[in-house]
Write a protein that binds this ligand. Structure first.
Ligand SMILES: Cc1cc2nc3c(=O)[nH]c(=O)nc-3n(C[C@H](O)[C@H](O)[C@H](O)COP(=O)(O)O)c2cc1C
Length: 255
């Protein structure tokens, strides 16, 4: 058992970086499945029994993002091993890791390891700034090595992770999409970064509010500071995060 198939939904790349750190630690051959652009990932993914799947998603409001649920249900486990990984913005991961583990079990995986890592908050650079950082990367690699040791010992016991039933209730969809500002130079990078195709290619300041999932990929991909969140409600939330989530949280691994 030496091949890893890794899957991630990662609009602002934190989850991708953590998953790749884990694979580096494992030192196994790997195949990438980037699930971020929803419309590009409509096929079935088969993970053979002698392969290992690593599946990573960000935490949205304490849960697995709703937008990725259908895609995750197309990953077929065949009774093999999976590692569940979430990244969160230094507030809390609530029930997301438990939910991801349950989803993977439902896809016929045996979830033998899981991790909750911290990444810079999608809404603001002031919370968990530049994370995952060097220490997080080292922890991810260490986790990868621990996974290999567990497999070599033929310990295929399922992990127990924090979280509650019923899972945290999903929030009603709010409307607060990022919009282009006067610094936008119409370079059109942001429509390509949007997981759900919510940004108009010709006029990127036009956003389909119904489609937008508020992942902030468009803000983070913009090198001109040409997009921002303006909604009063979300600015309040950002202020709350900046005041209350300053204290560094460390990655937690379950193995
Ligand atoms: C809609 C939304 C909801 C979020 N909810 C939470 C949350 O409940 N707790 C938390 O700590 N971070 C939360 N975050 C922050 C992300 O989980 C965090 O920045 C994550 O690392 C982003 O991953 P990515 O770079 O792979 O997209 C949220 C971000 C978004 C866009």
């Amino acid at each position: 058992m030496k091949r890893v198939q890794y899957f991630y939904f990662s609009p602002t790349s934190n989850t991708k970086r953590v998953v790749e750190g884990i694979i580096k630690g494992m030192g196994f051959e790997s195949a990438e499945n980037n699930l971020t652009i929803i419309a590009k990932n409509l096929e079935e993914y088969i993970v053979e029994k002698d392969e290992i799947a690593i599946v990573g998603v960000p935490v949205y409001a304490g849960r697995v993002p709703e937008v990725i649920l259908e895609t995750l249900k197309r990953i077929k486990g065949n009774g093999g091993i999976a590692i569940a990984v979430v990244t969160y913005g230094n507030r809390a991961y609530d029930d997301a890791l438990l939910e991801l583990k349950d989803i993977l079990k439902g896809q016929n995986f045996n979830v033998i390891a899981g991790g909750a890592f911290v990444g810079e908050h999608s809404y603001t650079k002031q919370v968990a700034t530049n994370r995952p950082d060097k220490m997080d990367e080292e922890k991810a690699e260490y986790f990868g090595k621990k996974i290999v040791a567990k497999i070599e010992e033929k310990d295929f016991n399922e992990i127990i992770v924090p979280g509650n039933y019923p899972y945290k209730e999903r929030k009603a969809k709010s409307v607060f999409s990022p919009h282009g500002n006067r610094r936008c130079v119409y370079c059109r990078h942001c429509p390509g970064a949007c997981p759900v195709g919510a940004i108009d290619m010709r006029k990127p300041d036009i956003v389909d509010e119904e489609k937008c999932i508020h992942c902030c990929a468009c803000i983070k991909v913009c090198t001109f500071n040409g997009r921002e969140l303006l909604d009063e409600g979300v600015l309040e939330k950002i202020k709350w995060l900046e005041e209350n989530c300053k204290e560094r949280k460390e990655p937690q691994i379950f193995i």
